[in-house]
Design a protein around this ligand. Structure first.
Ligand code: HEM
Length: 227
């Protein structure tokens, strides 16, 4: 009876991870698309950033929709991290005796990758928000009230671009495996053909997101996106 309850809550936790993960996926796809406006130049990018703050006016106050999105994202983050931590602790407890020989199976490698990848993305997010939203840190000492110029000043610095590219690789790997796990949780991997489809979809989405995001920092570094 105890076992049945535990496996029911494990399923609920995995569902929590999958559903909050889908919220993030929607956000990163939209955010990546928006970032590509940097290739259209200063005014197009800044108008887009301003437009995001005006959507829904006058029904909603200034930045109203943005705040609804922010609250939704924070809630998804809390659910995602909480479920992950509980699931890890549960998996560690289930293994009452430590492995004598540490065999690296595919499953343990994947879960280690998800754990460290997730932490890397979380650390990146802290720096990212300090960089562009909460702190608006311009390491070149230039203006911080112009989103486009802040972006160019940031990625003109090679090591900042490198940090972002490494984070986007971690994000790509996380999405690749995460989409596969979510498909399993949601019961979309019942046959060999469905499994193959889930793997392909996961790979293609991960590639689009990591390459799509990386294009802007690399575009600045290559001198294609300039002030
Ligand atoms: C190369 C990759 C990325 C670039 C160049 C980038 C760029 C930006 C910029 C310029 C802003 C400020 C927008 C504005 O002020 O209107 C921003 C905000 C933000 N970004 Fe990114 N971003 C990247 C990747 C990501 C990723 C992977 C995530 C999530 C995992 C993310 C999450 C956010 C969040 C949560 C905000 C704050 C939105 C808000 O509340 O106003 N970004 N990003």
């Amino acid at each position: 009876m105890k076992g049945a309850r535990a496996s029911r809550t494990t399923i609920a936790l995995k569902l929590g991870m999958a559903l909050s993960g889908i919220v993030f996926l929607g956000f990163v796809l939209a955010h990546m698309y928006g970032n590509l406006k940097a290739f259209a130049g200063h005014d197009a990018f800044n108008e887009y950033a301003e437009h995001l703050r005006e959507i829904g006016e006058p029904m909603l106050p200034h930045e109203g929709l943005l705040w609804i999105l922010r609250v939704g994202l924070i809630a998804a983050l809390v659910v995602h991290v909480y479920c992950a931590v509980v699931l890890w602790r549960r998996a560690a407890r289930a293994r009452t005796t430590k492995y004598v020989v540490k065999k690296q199976t595919g499953a343990t490698r994947a879960s280690l990758l998800m754990r460290w990848g997730g932490l890397t993305i979380l650390l990146f997010l802290v720096w990212h928000l300090l960089n562009f939203t909460i702190g608006k840190v311009n390491v070149q000492g230039g203006a911080t009230n112009d989103p486009y110029n802040l972006l160019v000043d940031t990625f003109d610095v090679w090591w900042l671009t490198l940090i972002y590219i490494v984070a986007m690789l971690a994000l790509g790997a996380h999405l690749h495996h995460g989409i596969w796990s979510a498909a399993q949780t949601l019961g979309w991997t019942g046959t060999a053909a469905k499994r193959q489809r889930a793997k392909t979809i996961g790979f293609v989405i991960a590639l689009i997101v990591s390459v799509g995001f990386s294009l802007v920092p690399l575009g600045v570094l290559a001198g294609i996106i300039t002030k």
